[in-house]
Design a protein around this ligand. Structure first.
Ligand SMILES: NC(=O)c1ccc[n+]([C@@H]2O[C@H](COP(=O)([O-])OP(=O)(O)OC[C@H]3O[C@@H](n4cnc5c(N)ncnc54)[C@H](O)[C@@H]3O)[C@@H](O)[C@H]2O)c1
Length: 427
C-alpha cells in the first residue's frame, strides 16, 4: 500500500471491472492483488525496544518490515536476523532513518529511538507522508507534544503512542466499568512503580555507534558516550527519568479511567535518595500530585532503586474501589471494601495495539487510534509537568485548557528545549 490513494484506486478499479475480474483472474490472483494493495510497509528506528516491535509488525498479515535502522550497526544487524528468524522476509539494515522517509513504498515509521528523537522523527515522518507508531513518552518536552499533534493533523496521519495497555482487552473492560459507574464518582487514582536499578556511572561507549546521528536533534555533548545505551534515561538532556519512562504508562491509565485532560495544579517532591554519589540527574524517589477540575486528583509514586511493589493503579470512588494490577487483571471492591468482582487479565495489549494502529490506517480513520497522539500528548504532559515541578521545586498552576504553566516564566522555560542547528522540528 504505497499510499491511500493507490488503495482507493485499486478498490474502484476492482469494483468497476468486477465482471472481468471474475472471468479473467483466478481467485488466487485476485487475492494476491488485493493483498498487495492492502500491504503496509514499515521501517523501524531504534532496535532495542524496536526489536519486539519489528517482529510483531513483521508477523502481522499483509505487513512487511522493509527496513530496520539503528545508529548502532550491530544492533541493526541483529534486529534484522531476529525478524528473519521469526519467519518473515529479512529487512534491509540501515543506520540513517532518513532513507525510510525517502522511500515512497514505506507507509509506517516506527520510532523506538531514545526520547529526544520521538517528536523530531515523528514530525519528519508525518511531513514525509508516513503514519507513525512512536514509543512513549511521545516527547522530550511539552512543546514537542504540541508540535506532534499539529504535524499529525496537518498531514492527516495516524500517530499512535506506545502505551499499549490502552489496547489490552481486560483493561478496556475495567475502564468501561469505571465509566459505567461501577464505583460511583471517581475522585482519586493512585499509580505506583518500583524497580531496583543500580547506580549510574558513565560507561564505555559501544563500538560501531554513529554518535552524531544518535544525538540528532539534541545539542552536542561529549559526555553522551558515557550514557549509551539505556542510561541516557537518567540525564535530562535526553531522558525524562522514571516518571517519563514507566510513570507514563500508569498515569495514562489514571487519566483515561478518570476522564480528565489537563491539570489545574501540579506538585512534586523527591530526589536522588538511594544512590547519592553517582551521576544520575533524575530522581530515584518521587511523588507527584495532579489536581483536576471537579475535585479530582491523581498521584504517582516511583521508586527506581527498591523493587518492593505494593500496587499498580487504584481508582477510588464514592461507591467503592477498582484496583488494576500490572498483569492487566482488575478487582472491584464495594464501600465496605469487600471484593465484588475479579477479572483476570490475559494480555497487556502489545499485539492489539499494533492491530488497532494498522486497522486505523487501513480504514483511513487516524483519529480512531486507542493512543492517538493528542491523548498521548496529554498523558506525556503530566510527566513533563511533574518533572518541571520537581526541578523548580514549586507548585505549578496550569491552564486547564492546554496544561500550560501560568505566571511562572522560570517553569515555562522548561516547556521547550534548544536544538542542534539544522535539526529544529518544523511542522
Ligand atoms: N512501550 C513500552 O513498553 C516500552 C518498553 C521499553 C522501551 N520503550 C521506549 O523505547 C524507547 C527506547 O528505549 P530503550 O530502552 O530501548 O533504549 P536503548 O537506549 O536501549 O535503545 C535505543 C536504541 O535506539 C538507537 N538509536 C538512537 N538514535 C537513533 C537513530 N537516530 N536512528 C536509529 N536508531 C537510533 C540506539 O542506538 C539504541 O539501539 C524509549 O523511548 C522507551 O521509553 C517502551
Amino acid at each position: 500500500m504505497t499510499n491511500s490513494i493507490d488503495r482507493r484506486q485499486f478498490m474502484q478499479n476492482t469494483a468497476t471491472t468486477g465482471a472481468v475480474a471474475t472471468t479473467a483472474l483466478s481467485a488466487a490472483q485476485a487475492f494476491s492483488q488485493e493483498s498487495a494493495a492492502n500491504k503496509l510497509v514499515v521501517g523501524v528506528m531504534g532496535l532495542s525496544r524496536g526489536r519486539s516491535l519489528a517482529v510483531g509488525f513483521a508477523q502481522m498479515a499483509d505487513v512487511e518490515v522493509k527496513y530496520v535502522c539503528d545508529v548502532d550497526r550491530d544492533r541493526a544487524g541483529s534486529g534484522a536476523d531476529l525478524v528473519a528468524g521469526a519467519n518473515a522476509p529479512k529487512p534491509m539494515v540501515i543506520t540513517d532513518f532518513r532513507r525510510i522517509l525517502e522511500d515512497k513504498d514505506v507507509d509506517i515509521l516506527v520510532c523506538a529511538a531514545p526520547n529526544h528523537w520521538h517528536a523530531p522523527a515523528t514530525i519528519m515522518g508525518c511531513n514525509a507522508g508516513k503514519h507513525v507508531y512512536v514509543e512513549k513518552p511521545c516527547s522530550h518536552n511539552p512543546f514537542e507534544g504540541e508540535l506532534m499533534v499539529a504535524a499529525a493533523r496537518k498531514n492527516n496521519r495516524a500517530v499512535q503512542m506506545g502505551t499499549q495497555r490502552r489496547s489490552a482487552p481486560e483493561t478496556i473492560l475495567a475502564i468501561d466499568e469505571l465509566r459505567g459507574g461501577a464505583i460511583g464518582r471517581v475522585y482519586h487514582s493512585r499509580a505506583f512503580y518500583a524497580s531496583a536499578r543500580p547506580p549510574i556511572h558513565p560507561g564505555t561507549a559501544p563500538a560501531n555507534v554513529d554518535f552524531d546521528l544518535w544525538q540528532g536533534p539534541a545539542p552536542r555533548l561529549d559526555e553522551v558516550r558515557g550514557y549509551v545505551h539505556y542510561n541516557w534515561h537518567w540525564r535530562w538532556h535526553w531522558g525524562n527519568g522514571e516518571l517519563g519512562n514507566n510513570g507514563v504508562h500508569t498515569l495514562d491509565l489514571c487519566r483515561w479511567g478518570m476522564g480528565v485532560d489537563y491539570p489545574l495544579r501540579v506538585s512534586s517532591s523527591g530526589g536522588r535518595y538511594h544512590h547519592v554519589a553517582d551521576s544520575q540527574e533524575t530522581p530515584d524517589t518521587q511523588t507527584v500530585s495532579f489536581e483536576f477540575a471537579g475535585n479530582r486528583q491523581i498521584t504517582w509514586t516511583g521508586l527506581s532503586c527498591n523493587r518492593h511493589r505494593t500496587d499498580f493503579v487504584i481508582f477510588y470512588g464514592t461507591g467503592g474501589t477498582l484496583e488494576l494490577d500490572s498483569s492487566g487483571s482488575y478487582r472491584i471492591y464495594d464501600t465496605k471494601d469487600a471484593l465484588v468482582k475479579e477479572v483476570h487479565g490475559a494480555a497487556l495489549g502489545d499485539a492489539q495495539h499494533k492491530e488497532n494502529f494498522v486497522t486505523a490506517i487501513r480504514m483511513e480513520r487516524p483519529l480512531s487510534l486507542n493512543s492517538e497522539i493528542l491523548e498521548g500528548h496529554k498523558s506525556t504532559l503530566l510527566c513533563h509537568l511533574g518533572n518541571i515541578a520537581q526541578r523548580t521545586g514549586r507548585l505549578l498552576n496550569c491552564d486547564p485548557t492546554d496544561g500550560r504553566i501560568l505566571e511562572d516564566p522560570e517553569a515555562m522555560s522548561l516547556w521547550a528545549r534548544d536544538y542542534e542547528p539544522g535539526w529544529e522540528p518544523v511542522v
